[in-house]
Design a protein around this ligand. Structure first.
Ligand code: TYD
Ligand code: MG
Length: 452
């Protein structure tokens, strides 16, 4: 009897070896080798529909100009660079339960006049219908099939001839040609290659939903992200309703764009004006609250930073942050301690970015220190002022990029004073009438101006 052929495959990078190894020699990952049955691995070199070996002059090519499919979801269009490019393959990753299936089912139901095929490998047709009822949409051009075998999916796609295929999820798809289990590296690689080949030949756009690992990477070989045209991540905090759609790679557009949605009872609602929602409506000024003018991608956004600085009952005070880097907070506290003479080391510090957002941009530093100082002194900041500036170790306030965009957003939302770095002066060419610009160069000077 023929012996089953097995190989050990690194679950991180997909490299294989005959024997198990503790450390992958090609990517250096530990404990990543898993035994897989491989009887027939048929590789698909012709993934992108290019004829092998044909040499042509670049100038002689006359590519068809494909018009993008513009969907009713403006956030998604923007994130993709102006709509869906026919024949492109888009990978959508995200935590379980964040709303990947919901956003794409909604897309499928909203796109009237565009033929869609929704391939479900995870949920039954009934479950999908229930979700469709929940979001309250119907679309006669949307077809669904519960199928996990690649060959059958392609067969169904040939029958329906859709403009867009949605595969939920790529980890459940397996090809009959390979003998390893669904979700394994060879299966994900072959299924993706098969789907990409179909997309390029038939000019069908394909969305692939991808699970992510506990480290936050899309499960499967890294090569998956190289193979597809666009990689999107859907993220957000489970305890809040906001969701952000972010581009990680886009062969047909910028990666700086984001889309913002709110998950409600009836599905996801695109949010056109995020600042208006992220700023909590307050009637009176409260201590510990400061507003940062930040950028998410290229979109300006005003967000609320909340700080609580209170005497600590313990000898080692607590530092707790939500949505902000804890190490960055320690650095800013050290600056306040050393440069501004604040005795922070006997206080517990809690810092929170409202709305469950995570912000990594250093431009919010200035709002963070002013919220901390406001809580420390128990003096509230005026409600109509906001901040943008990065803070250096010596307490200097550094300039930030796209300052005019930030100021315009603040002006539009009715803010009256904008604190920014003196070094930003030369990057402002426009005149702002409705908002006063206050240039500051060190944290020390700013805090004594605000709180003395
Ligand atoms: P889902 O799209 O199934 O997530 P994923 O495919 O990323 O795993 O989203 C499921 C979550 O969204 C679930 O917790 C329920 C919630 N939800 C709503 O709050 N409102 C809705 O209208 C829908 C359809 C789902
Ligand atoms: Mg799902």
């Amino acid at each position: 009897m023929a012996k089953t052929k097995t190989l050990y495959v690194c679950q991180q990078c997909g490299s294989s070896a005959v024997k198990w190894m503790g450390k992958c020699p090609s990517c250096g990952a530990w404990n990543s080798f898993v035994e897989e049955v491989v009887e027939k691995v048929k590789s698909n070199p012709n993934v992108h529909g290019v004829k092998d070996g044909e040499i042509v002059a670049l100038d002689s090519l006359n590519p068809e100009v494909l018009t993008r499919l513009v969907t009713p979801d403006e956030e998604l269009n923007r994130v993709l660079g102006g709509g869906i490019v026919p024949g492109s393959v888009i990978l959508l990753g995200g935590e379980p339960g964040i709303g990947k299936s919901t956003i794409l089912l909604q897309l499928a139901l909203e796109c009237k006049g565009i033929k869609l095929l929704y391939v479900s490998g995870e949920e039954s047709l009934n479950q999908i219908k229930l979700r469709a009822n929940r979001v309250g949409l119907t679309n006669p051009d949307c077809f669904i099939v519960a199928e996990t075998v690649l060959e059958n999916i392609l067969e169904a796609a040939k029958k329906v001839e859709p403009d867009i295929i949605i595969v939920d999820s790529i980890q459940t798809v397996s090809s009959l040609e390979i003998d390893s289990s669904p979700g394994s590296i060879p299966q994900i690689r072959e299924s993706t290659a098969g789907l990409i080949q179909f997309a390029k030949k038939s000019h069908t756009a394909i969305f692939l939903i991808g699970h992510i690992t506990k480290e936050g990477y899309i499960a499967g070989p890294k090569i998956l992200e190289h193979m597809v045209d666009t990689v999107l991540y859907f993220e957000g905090d489970r305890h809040y309703n906001y969701r952000i759609l972010r581009t990680m790679k886009n062969r047909f557009g910028s990666v700086a764009e984001i889309g913002i949605y709110e998950m409600g009872d009836k599905g996801l609602i695109p949010i056109k004006n995020p600042s208006e929602i992220l700023l909590t409506t307050r009637n009176e000024a409260l201590s510990g609250i400061s507003i940062a003018a930040t950028l998410e991608g290229i979109r300006p956004m005003l967000i609320e930073i909340q700080a609580l600085v209170s005497p600590s009952p313990y000898s080692t005070p607590q530092r707790t942050t939500t949505g902000f880097d804890a190490k960055r907070l320690s650095m800013l506290l050290a600056v306040l301690e050393k440069r501004c003479g604040m005795r922070i080391n006997i206080y517990d510090v809690f810092l929170n970015i409202a709305g469950g957002l995570k912000v990594e941009e250093p431009a919010i530093d200035l709002a963070v220190v002013t919220s901390l100082a406001s809580s420390y002194h128990d003096i509230s900041l005026p409600m109509d002022c906001c901040f943008a500036g990065e803070i250096g170790l010596s307490g200097e306030i550094r300039p930030v990029n796209q300052i005019e965009t930030r100021i315009s957003e603040a002006e539009k939302l009715g803010f009256k004073t904008f604190y920014l770095s003196s070094y930003n002066k030369k990057s402002i060419s426009r005149k702002f009438d409705g908002i006063q610009l206050v240039f500051v160069d060190t944290v020390e000077k700013l805090l004594s101006e605000l709180f003395s």
